[in-house]
Design a protein around this ligand. Structure first.
Ligand code: GLA
Length: 391
């Protein structure tokens, strides 16, 4: 059975369950009160990798405001790996003094002064993926350091940690964060290697489901297919994370980036931009700030959309139920040439014969349709609509 077929089979089996409230135990406060909708923000890794410094982060915060991204809902500015160089005599993490001469606290203050929140990166093991000091054995100390700097979000990676038990180790850090008394979002990053969808909803606010995304159409689709298998685990406060966005990084076409953004919204994925916000094309800004698509992602029902129809190997329909009873429907053409795709309203979970359909990229009401909506979808593209039952 092909990987995509397995995904379809799994999606169909769990399809009806996916949209029911989930039963497992809630995360402890204050964690459970955070990220009631998928976190939105920016992270340095996809574009800058280790090349981070305080000037870049400040300019990024400025650009998040001036581009309109803050007003569209983006909140967290997250510095990924390589900000840290060592531990001091007391064991506290030390930021690179050349790259962050004013220290992390001053940078967090600056980010906060822009009406944004501040995030940072560490690793559950002895070292980060880039060989910087990790948090193993320093859980309480690092949590206290982060809280004293005004950190609002921590991404905890899993390099040099493979010998450890992931649920135990992440719970240790969650408890350390809780003891600081500061509300801090916990982003679990063990790449889906220990079935995090089974335990991470009780421990973190989001958990990676895949290896690192690359700025290519095929990598984006791989991450979609893998994250889609765990739709039942997602709920307010706890989200599958198919990795950060590549929109604006240049490896895909504008059409492909619109598809990427649409599919992340359908999956209720965290929307963490990963491009250089200081130098964006108008198309990148338009994609990242499309409020109608963001509203799909941020819908308060908090259900992850699922695959509801497929003509293998390339034509698919995905649907996400929204709080008001309507459905966001993505018609995805994975092939490289245009194709006609039909979305059945019944398959998408609507219970009426006809529905009003609105296109969320052209921002146009397309009219009233009976039983189904069909359209031609460009190659490597998505048509994303919102369908509302007519009663
Ligand atoms: C891992 C993570 C990435 C990034 C790098 C940093 O690969 O999955 O998202 O944080 O480490 O080294």
């Amino acid at each position: 059975m092909s990987a995509r077929f397995t995904v379809l089979a799994a999606a169909l089996v769990v399809g009806s369950l996916a949209w029911l409230p989930h039963r497992s135990t809630a995360a402890p406060a204050p964690l459970a009160t955070l990220a009631r909708t998928p976190p939105m923000g920016w992270n340095s890794w996809n574009h800058f990798s280790c090349n981070v410094d305080e000037q870049t982060i400040r300019e990024t915060a400025d650009a998040m405001v001036s581009s309109g991204m803050r007003d569209a809902g983006y909140r967290y500015i997250v510095i990924d790996d390589c900000w840290q160089v060592s531990r001091d005599a007391n064991g506290a993490l030390v930021a690179d003094p050349q790259r962050f001469p004013h220290g992390i606290k001053a940078l967090a203050d600056y980010v906060h002064s822009k009406g944004l929140r501040f995030g940072i990166y560490t690793d559950a093991g002895t070292n980060t993926c880039q060989g910087r000091p990790g948090t193993l054995g320093h859980e309480d100390q690092d949590a206290r350091t982060f809280a004293s700097w005004g950190v609002d979000y921590v991404k905890e990676d899993w390099c040099h940690a493979q010998h450890l038990d992931a649920p135990i180790q992440y719970a240790k850090f969650r408890d350390a964060l809780s003891r600081t008394g500061r509300p801090i979002v916990l982003s679990i990053c063990e790449w889906g290697s220990n079935q995090p969808w089974e335990w991470a909803p009780r421990i973190g606010n989001l958990w990676r489901t895949t290896d690192d995304i690359e700025d290519t159409w095929s990598s984006m689709l791989d991450n979609l297919d893998q994250s889609a298998q765990h739709a039942t685990a997602a709920r307010p406060g706890a989200w599958n994370d198919p990795d950060m966005l590549e929109v604006g990084n240049g490896g895909m076409t504008a059409e492909e980036y619109r598809a990427h953004f649409s599919l992340w919204a359908i999956m209720a994925a965290p929307l963490i931009a990963g491009n250089d916000l200081r130098h964006m094309t108008p198309e990148a800004v338009e994609t990242l700030t499309n409020r109608e698509v963001i509203a799909v992602d941020q819908d308060s029902l908090g259900a992850q959309g699922i695959l509801v129809w497929e003509r293998p190997p390339e034509l698919q329909v995905w649907a996400k139920p929204l709080r008001d009873g309507s459905r966001a429907i993505a018609l995805l053409n994975r092939s490289s040439s245009p194709a006609r795709i039909t979305a059945s309203f019944a398959r998408a979970g609507l219970r009426s014969d006809s529905a009003d359909v609105r296109d969320l990229w052209s921002h146009a009401d397309l009219g009233r349709f009976g039983r189904e909506f069909a359209t031609t979808v460009p190659g490597h593209g998505v048509v994303l609509v919102r369908a509302t039952s007519v009663r």
